[in-house]
Design a protein around this ligand. Sequence first.
Ligand SMILES: NC(=O)c1ccc[n+]([C@@H]2O[C@H](COP(=O)([O-])OP(=O)(O)OC[C@H]3O[C@@H](n4cnc5c(N)ncnc54)[C@H](O)[C@@H]3O)[C@@H](O)[C@H]2O)c1
Length: 446
Amino acid sequence: MSNRRDFLKTSAALSLPLIVSSTVFGDKAPSERINVGFIGTGNQGMAMLKRFINRDLGNVLAVCDVNEGSLGYKKPDHFYGREPAKKMVEQTAAAKSKSGKPYQCDAYNDFRQVLNRDDIDAVIIVVPDHWHKIISVMALEAGKDVYCEKPLTFSVADGRAMIDAVRKNDRVFQTGSQERSNPVSQFVCEAVKAGKIGPIKKIITKVGFNNMVSPKPGWKPMPVPNTFDYRTWLGPAPELPYHDDRCLYRFRFHYDYSGGQITNFGAHCNDMAHWGMGLDVGGPTEIECEGAGFLPEGSLFNTATETRFRCKYENGVELFCESGSEGVQTRFEGADGWMVTGYRGTYASDLELLAGCPTKPQGVDDPHSAHMANFIDCVKSRQEPAAPVEVGNSSAVLCHIANALIRMYPETGPGYVAKWDAKAEQFIDDDAANKMLIREQRDPWS
Ligand SMILES: NC(=O)c1ccc[n+]([C@@H]2O[C@H](COP(=O)([O-])OP(=O)(O)OC[C@H]3O[C@@H](n4cnc5c(N)ncnc54)[C@H](O)[C@@H]3O)[C@@H](O)[C@H]2O)c1
């Protein structure tokens, strides 16, 4: 039976065009250039697309976004969406191409059209969190390998569905937790895991404050831009009137689509906490919200503006996660010293602990690019990538159960300690907290 490599060799000998269906190469082990589709080309999707092309990781045959193209992402002059993405891929590829042949990248509004293409091996999913599970599971069922951004899930139940779909379909799956491919984070987390600071006593993680201003109570709905498929953007989420500050980039400050900075930054710093503890799979046994602030009722954004939660693990380690100006940070305190790593740098109680610590790579070796490169390598080798679905799920679950208690905080106040069964992924004898885990999904996406 011919495989992808044989076919490429034959094509080259016969001077056939190298536009081929991935099914020609056999199902499990494509061994040459990988054909991908990017689903979601906004703030992060566009940045990832640029990195993918700069590192020349494969062929981008398709881009997909429900926004044809518009300003109004993280910064007002960011112009993103499927048409700018298509243009960027085609122009960059043309500029890099030695043959001078035009490069075709198709732009779609509906992600199912990307999944239906036999010539696409893998998809990179960079949409808001409320879409992660649906698109991932459909992609896995369609036989695609998947890279899906963090926070991996929108709810605890999503994680189980995603793990099952990865394992049932025997696909390669990478969570977009790029710290797993950052040599600095690797150095610190592996040092802690190896016992360099002695048994861990306490971990303090930091999540950044909200970086956008919400429309105040009394805000007025806005007309839907004619370049934007708002209905599909909402997908499984409740039907609510359009406002610019609901969608592009700002979705992360709405519980209907995300979980605030606890899930956004928390997916990174709490993943590192689990990594240092050697707890890639699993979770705490108890959790308590120690404080939470919210905007006035009726504001458009509704996630916590600042918060602090505490949880305890079976091994006795206590983890405190709090809002701060550091963005993402994880501090490990052990019996013999401490180590800190995050966006603001890497420190330790003793310089000796940092001997051999690399500097954070830049350019085509930056952690995001390295993480995608690791994914593409694994698509070829069929090995497990740096952040498998179970790893992404554990940090997301921690953030979701924290959010359950944070949302209850205005009623419970401090001192409400919930017991968590990490195996069953349920609060123990706590109907109120378990109810907070349920996320209704609107038809036809339920
Ligand atoms: N790994 C990291 O460090 C990192 C950094 C930033 C964002 N992210 C993650 O990336 C994801 C996207 O965040 P963002 O900041 O790029 O948001 P964004 O709003 O800027 O971009 C999301 C894009 O997805 C599109 N979209 C929404 N629903 C869609 C659908 N059903 N089909 C196709 N396109 C759809 C939107 O129109 C938008 O253009 C989030 O999950 C976020 O947490 C990760």
